[in-house]
Design a protein around this ligand. Structure first.
Ligand code: SF4
Ligand code: SF4
Length: 483
């Protein structure tokens, strides 16, 4: 008789209720006592069904029929797996027909007026070479218009345009003319278009704030927290910190631009890891609606890069702040820790990713010269080019990329219960760490699994105690974001 072992799932507990997260379907199931006992029975070692049944019957808590039913159901959903049955890898389905483009990220400049020590655009981790003159410092109005036409050709009925840099506002001139052109052309072809941008906030003038307000821009501001943390890495070329310059400008923007929430994006490093203090400052002192944190992308030999211990510390800090999110959610209060919101949103929608993000299909980056790339972080890199805004997407290159990066080809990920939300992780992180986008980011699996487990627990508690809170994640399509 074949032995049964824990299957392709992750068991967890939330608020006294047992659950399993099923990797093949990305479903979260509440399990009853008998199923929980069956799962416990195989937690340490594989056992036969007869052995499990005898064990559970001897305790006198469960009837034979219930145990058999539970065994059959757990095998069916693959929470239990027969030892002699190989784990099936996720099915590989690569779309042959073009996937509509949802978000185009326009790198309107590759120049910046700050020189943040950890920035991937500069220093030794840089991918894109601008010295040979192939990538102009600023995108021209012509290229921006061609990019608009490209987006409107490739998108479905709703198009999202994100402006990025370098420092995006160094090319405010092109931003203004492009938005006017895009609105007119979108109306002519019967599509909707909306705009967002990422900025370091140094160039937020009254004119810029009026413009962002008028055109209902989604704004994300790169900011690392209170003065001592912001000024550690986010400095001007002469070395002066940027906090005093940006803080009043951001407050002015938040005061005036009320139609869309303004968010902060924090880059965490080994030396600036103080999540709660950063969060409190950015929400209470500055007034951001949401704050998202991302560990720095850097080669492991950089002094600010995270090693194993660093990721564990990030997880500890995240878990601490996530408790506040849960408390707020149970009382229907807003909490702006966006990392939790994004992950529980994916869990609630049953997201099961074949690729880690939309890069290369739903999201594309455009370089200052008009080259189309996987995403904004690869824009201008010849090795990651998928066409141009003039000539369109190179479908053969796009298909080859999606085929080569499907989660079913990542051996370690095939067996990992967190693959529905991770699928191997960011290509840019992998390229920086390993020199290739093909490798899964195995250096941070513990962190990803630990964080997903935390979010599953939060999700489980909300689902039991305040399920109405989860309605906000239903029927909403979030366009892929530039990160
Ligand atoms: S990179 Fe690691 S955590 Fe992510 S799916 Fe692959 S094995 Fe799992
Ligand atoms: S997760 Fe990485 S590869 Fe994907 S869009 Fe973001 S930066 Fe690009």
């Amino acid at each position: 008789m074949s032995l049964l072992q824990t299957g392709d799932c992750h068991a967890f507990e939330a608020g006294g209720q047992r659950f399993v997260y099923l990797a093949p379907s990305a479903a979260v199931l509440a399990v009853d006592d008998v199923s929980a006992a069956v799962l416990d029975a195989v937690a340490v070692q594989a056992r036969s069904a007869d052995d499990i049944r005898a064990d559970l019957l001897s305790g006198g808590r469960f009837a034979a029929g219930d145990i058999d039913e539970s065994l059959a159901e757990l095998v069916r959903v693959r929470a239990l797996n027969r030892v002699d049955t190989p784990v099936r890898p996720p099915r590989k389905v690569v779309p042959l027909t073009p996937v509509p483009l949802s978000t185009m990220v326009l790198n309107v400049t590759n120049q910046c007026n700050l020189s943040c020590t950890y920035c991937y655009e500069y220093g030794e981790d840089k991918i894109v070479q601008t010295e040979n003159g192939k990538q102009p410092k600023m995108m021209s109005e012509d290229t921006a218009r061609e990019s608009v036409e490209f987006l409107l050709r490739e998108s479905g009925p709703d198009a999202h345009m994100t402006f990025f840099g370098g420092e995006t506002l160094l090319n405010f001139k092109v931003l203004k003319t492009t938005v006017a052109y895009a609105k007119r052309r979108a109306a002519e072809v019967g599509k909707t278009i909306d705009f967002s941008m990422t900025t370091n906030a140094t160039l937020l003038s009254a004119e810029v704030i009026d413009f962002l307000t008028e055109h209902r821009f989604g704004v994300t501001i790169s900011m690392d927290g209170p003065p001592d943390l912001q000024n550690k890495f986010r400095v001007f070329h002469g070395g002066a910190g940027s906090y005093d310059v940006i803080a009043p400008k951001i407050k002015a923007l938040i005061k005036q631009h009320r139609s869309r929430p303004i968010g902060a994006r924090v880059t965490l490093t080994k030396e600036t890891l103080d999540v709660r203090r950063i969060y409190d400052h950015l929400t209470n002192e500055i007034g951001f609606w949401e704050v998202g944190f991302a560990p720095v992308t850097a080669s492991p030999d950089r002094p600010h890069a995270f090693g194993d211990e660093g990721f564990e510390n990030v997880l500890g800090e995240f878990r601490d702040l996530a408790k506040d999110y849960l408390a707020a959610a149970l009382e229907n209060r807003h909490h702006g820790f966006s990392n939790v919101r994004e992950t529980i949103g994916e869990i609630h929608k049953g997201a099961s990713k074949a690729w880690p993000c939309g890069a290369g299909f739903g999201l594309l980056g455009v370089s200052t010269a008009g080259d189309v790339a996987l995403c904004h972080r690869f824009a201008g890199s010849d090795d990651h080019k998928l066409g141009t805004v003039r000539d369109g997407i190179d479908r053969a290159a796009q298909h080859a990329f999606l085929d080569a990066h499907h989660v079913s080809d990542k051996t370690d990920c095939q067996k990992c219960w967190a693959r529905p939300v991770c699928a191997g992780g960011c290509y840019h992180e992998a390229h920086t760490r390993f020199g290739t986008t093909n490798r899964p980011n195995l250096h941070y699996c513990d962190w990803i699994r630990g964080w997903t487990d935390t979010c599953l627990q939060i999700y489980g508690q909300i689902a039991q105690r305040n399920p109405a809170f989860l309605q906000q994640f239903e029927d909403t399509h979030e366009a892929p974001q530039a990160s």
